[in-house]
Design a protein around this ligand. Sequence first.
Ligand SMILES: *Cc1c(COP(=O)(O)O)cnc(C)c1O
Length: 387
Amino acid sequence: MSNPRLKIDISKIEHNARVLVRRLGTQGISVTGVTKASLGFAPIAAAMCRGGVSGIGDSRLGNLEALQGVGPAKPRDTGPLWLLRSPMLSEASSVVSLADLSSNTELDVISALSNAAIHQVRRHGVVLMIQLGDLREGILPGDLHRFIRQMQRFSGISLQGVGTNLACLSGVVPDARNMAELSSIACSIEKDFAMRLEIVSGGNSANLNWAASSNAMERGRVNNLRLGEAILLGREATERQIVAGLYADAFVLIAEVIEAKQKSVHPRGAIGQPSLSVHAKASAQTSYASNTTRFQSILAIGVQDTDPLGLTAPAGVQILGASSDHLVVETETDCLRVGSEIAFSPDYSALMRAMTSPFVTREIHGGLAMDLGRAAGSKDSEALFAV
Ligand SMILES: *Cc1c(COP(=O)(O)O)cnc(C)c1O
């Protein structure tokens, strides 16, 4: 296996999906497994499907294209494929052929989807995203009824539901208030248009604490969450706490040491703008005596492979900074050995970059055979999502 490489434990991903599907299922909430951080990697989507997700969502059409025909048992058994980002007008026709439904906020796009669907003799499902405070995508609640009336002209699409996305741009936390707002919007659409909305999608991995603390009345019509990070990394996304009973280590990023030397903590020479580089800690060198050295090692991984600041190093190893191809670390008692492999724990951003970098290879572990029942020692009867 060449380095850097991502070690992926597929059975842990399947386990995480299964636990979340079961817990949220008792609350009347289905789980759409979100694969965008995995570049539409089929083994990961298949693991989510085995774990029981009701469908697969991804923000990029290319990833959904990679998942055509992926499923746990028979071809195309993923459940519906949902394009989570509003389609580009220029891709409307491919959206209709590759996705069963898409999130939408623009009438021009929905019109193009409808035309493409009529042309392909299909119907395309539309989920309208509603703006509830985070200020990324979404139709303003006050515009929604007029929007739906205008949509009724388009015979190639069907309105499958509504959804919202919080926490992604402004960090607005999903809570009882904004979820109640979504639920009441869904109810008013159903009443005014005499229809049933299949999907009322409350959000993403940032919604887990809300889901755990809500009662049935508060959840109201909210019946779906779209989960990526929680399944892949076992964490909810507001405080990044590990969800009880889930694995947070399904992914490990391995990098190899290419240089190990004791070096001065002080750069020598006039300081200009560094080329592409990130620094984990502010230059604290000034507080050191001029002859201070440290154990510095370089690993063959950089900004082209991952998000270096999203890596957690093993104990005793501290990340100093990174450039496009080098990660510089400091160790306490000695340098690392040249040729040795260091295992980092990636956060969502580091994982996404590693999965989408052509320089990072993948080492797959834990196929179907593992006994998932015993894997986590999880106690599902305990507090639903507490740490
Ligand atoms: C990425 C994404 C999700 C999944 O988010 P996670 O935090 O990974 O659970 C859900 N909905 C939309 C619209 C997304 O873009």
